[in-house]
Design a binder for this molecule. Structure first.
Ligand code: DC
Length: 219
C-alpha cells in the first residue's frame, strides 16, 4: 500500500509521515532526504557548481539504503549533515536535474514494491505515485510554517528572515520544470495551521484505515 503526502516546506510532512508510518507499521520514506543526500555527496566531492552530468553521476553511484525507517548514506546515518546550510543552498538546483529525479523516483519505487510505505515530498502524489492508495496535500500559512521553523532552528535567523526564505522556497518549488509542487486533483487537502501534529496524524490515520486497501491488508 502506498500513502503519498505532498506539501510545501514546513507544513509538517516529515513529522506526520514518520508518525503515521510508525503507527501503521509502514516504512517511512522522505524523498527530500534522498535529494539532500545527492547534494551532500556532491559537496563532499567538491562538485557544488558542477554541471548536470556530474551531479547525475553522483546520484547514480550514491550508496543509500533504508533500514528501519532510517536513511543510511555510505552505511551511516547523516541527518545533521543533510540539513547543513551548504546542502540547503544547493539542493534545489541539484533536485531540478532530470537524471537525479529519475534515480530518486526509481529508488522510491523499489522500496514500495517490497513494503507498505508512507512517502512524502513535493511531487509524490502527482508524478512519483500518481496511483497511490491515499493522497494527502498538507498545507499551512507562511506565518505558521515560519513560526514552526523558528522554534526548531539552532541558528540565529529572525522570524522575518525565516518567513522570507520559506516564501522563496515555495516559489522555487512551484516553478520547477520537473517535479514542481502541485496539489493533485484527487488529494485530500489538510490545512495544518491550527492543528497539532497529533490532530493531523489522527485524521491521516483515520483516512488510511477507512480505505478498502488497508482493510484488505488487515484481513
Ligand atoms: O523536503 P526537503 O526540504 O527536505 O527537500 C529538499 C529539497 O528537495 C527541496 O529543494 C525540495 C526538493 N524535493 C523535490 O524536488 N521533490 C521531492 N519529492 C522532495 C523534495
Amino acid at each position: 500500500m502506498v500513502v503519498a503526502i505532498d506539501g510545501p516546506a514546513g507544513a509538517g510532512k516529515s513529522s506526520v509521515a514518520a508518525r503515521c508510518a510508525v503507527a501503521l507499521g509502514f516504512v517511512y520514506l522522505n524523498s527530500g532526504a534522498i535529494y539532500r543526500a545527492v547534494t551532500w555527496k556532491a559537496l563532499q566531492q567538491g562538485l557544488q557548481d558542477s554541471d548536470a552530468d556530474e551531479i547525475a553521476a553522483v546520484a547514480q553511484s550514491l550508496d543509500i539504503e533504508y533500514t528501519g525507517g532510517r536513511l543510511l548514506i555510505d552505511r551511516r546515518q547523516r541527518d545533521q549533515e543533510l540539513h547543513s546550510a551548504a546542502v540547503d543552498q544547493y539542493v534545489a538546483r541539484h533536485s531540478a536535474i532530470a537524471a537525479v529525479r529519475e534515480m530518486v523516483n526509481r529508488r522510491l519505487h523499489q522500496i514500495a514494491e517490497q513494503s507498505n510505505v508512507v512517502v512524502e515530498g513535493r511531487d509524490i502524489t502527482t508524478v512519483v505515485f500518481p496511483d497511490a492508495d491515499v493522497k494527502i496535500y498538507l498545507d499551512a500559512s507562511v506565518d505558521t510554517r515560519a513560526q514552526r521553523r523558528w522554534q526548531q532552528q539552532e541558528g540565529d535567523l529572525s522570524l522575518q528572515q525565516i518567513a522570507e526564505r520559506i516564501s522563496s522556497r515555495d516559489e522555487a518549488d512551484r516553478k520547477k520544470t520537473a517535479g514542481s509542487l502541485k496539489q493533485a486533483d484527487d488529494a485530500i487537502y489538510l490545512d495544518t495551521s491550527h492543528l497539532t501534529i497529533d490532530e493531523v496524524c489522527d485524521r491521516v490515520i483515520a483516512t488510511i484505515q477507512n480505505t478498502s486497501k488497508y482493510r484488505e491488508l488487515q484481513s
